[in-house]
Design a protein around this ligand. Structure first.
Ligand code: PAF
Length: 323
């Protein structure tokens, strides 16, 4: 694995890979890598020949009172994780490398960025789409991999790529949960032991909503009320929002008639945590709820850079689908 810090080095490495006939897969991250990130690298390693991981804590996507300075970092550990996953190039730019001048160009995806996390973080998604567009332009990936924990981010980036005809497939990969159900996040590092116990209520409440949907509940207000009430019982957890929204345009729905996302954000101690489950329907009309996958199912793989893992996984073993 090569670690590079300059845009031109990364661009040259990706150009070289494409000239050699390799497909380039991109996993953009902010570092402090965990099993969720590992699963993205594994998905990239299964589908692409040359995997690029980027680590950049992007100041543009943090609001003035958010955790930019405190955001956890551990580059040595991250490099070990990326190397063990067969990553070809790790890109770790500084802020002035990514933004040599204050950017006058911002990518804004209308509508999709207004609700859910966008309501409390009004500049966040512009920061995300701007940096992701830059990374797409530098790397030129065939596919880029994003976790479904950040479901709104996935929807927004997918829409950006579609609206701008960007030649990249945005691939959504499963949300990964720890053994106690808590969704994996670099921000879990902010939780002390009591916060951590309290945080379990988020996945528990979503799990109960998922059970209700599978049992036939279709009323969004009933589902939201159940989640509110479960979370309201835990003192240390402050619910920011819970919403049942259309899976593609994220617009709130009253009655579930098609694919939806049941999403929430909450403050637990110093951490703002998000979590969700996705509802789709089988041909027979019964609901299927995507609750994510267990971290214990994400093994450590070693894929030689620039080659495909052998044998290729079967369809059922490939958890990611186009976002
Ligand atoms: O999901 C993240 O880690 C970030 O929002 C991303 C996509 C790397 C952009 O900075």
């Amino acid at each position: 694995m090569r670690t590079v810090t300059k845009v031109e080095e990364l661009r040259a490495a990706c150009d070289g890979a494409r000239r050699a006939g390799l497909s380039v897969g991109l996993v953009p991250t902010m570092g402090f890598l965990h099993e969720g990130h590992r699963s993205l690298m594994q998905a990239a390693g299964r589908a692409d020949d040359f995997v690029v991981v980027t680590i950049f804590v992007n100041p543009l996507q943090f609001g003035p009172n958010e955790d930019l300075a405190a955001y956890p970092r551990d580059l040595d550990h991250d490099a070990e994780v990326a190397e063990s996953e067969g990553v070809a190039v790790l890109f770790v730019p500084g802020v002035t490398e990514m933004y040599p001048d204050p950017p006058r160009t911002t990518v804004h995806v209308d509508g999709l960025t207004d609700g859910l996390c966008g309501a409390a973080r009004p500049t966040h998604f512009d920061g995300v789409t701007t940096v992701v567009a830059k990374l797409f332009a530098i790397v030129g990936p065939s596919r880029a991999y994003f976790g479904r924990k950040d479901a709104q981010q996935l929807a927004v980036v997918t829409r950006m790529a579609r609206d701008l005809n960007l030649p990249v497939e945005v691939v959504g990969c499963p949300l990964v949960r720890e053994a106690d159900g808590v969704a994996m996040s670099s921000r879990n590092a902010y939780l002390d032991a009591e916060d951590r116990t309290a945080a379990r209520v988020l996945s528990r409440a979503l799990g109960a909503a998922a059970d209700a949907v599978e049992a036939g509940e279709r009323d969004a207000a009933t589902l939201r009320a159940g989640i509110r009430s479960a979370i309201g019982e835990v003192d240390r957890v402050g619910l920011e929002y819970v919403e049942v929204g259309d899976a593609v345009d994220l617009e709130p729905v009253g009655t579930i008639t098609g694919p939806v996302l049941i999403a929430l954000a909450a403050q637990v101690g110093k951490a703002r945590l998000i979590d969700n489950v996705g509802v789709t329907f089988r041909p027979d009309g019964t609901a299927h709820v995507d609750r994510g996958i267990a971290a214990s199912t994400i093994g450590t793989v070693s894929v030689p850079s620039g080659s495909l893992p052998d044998p290729l996984p079967s369809e059922s073993e490939t958890p990611c689908a186009a976002g």
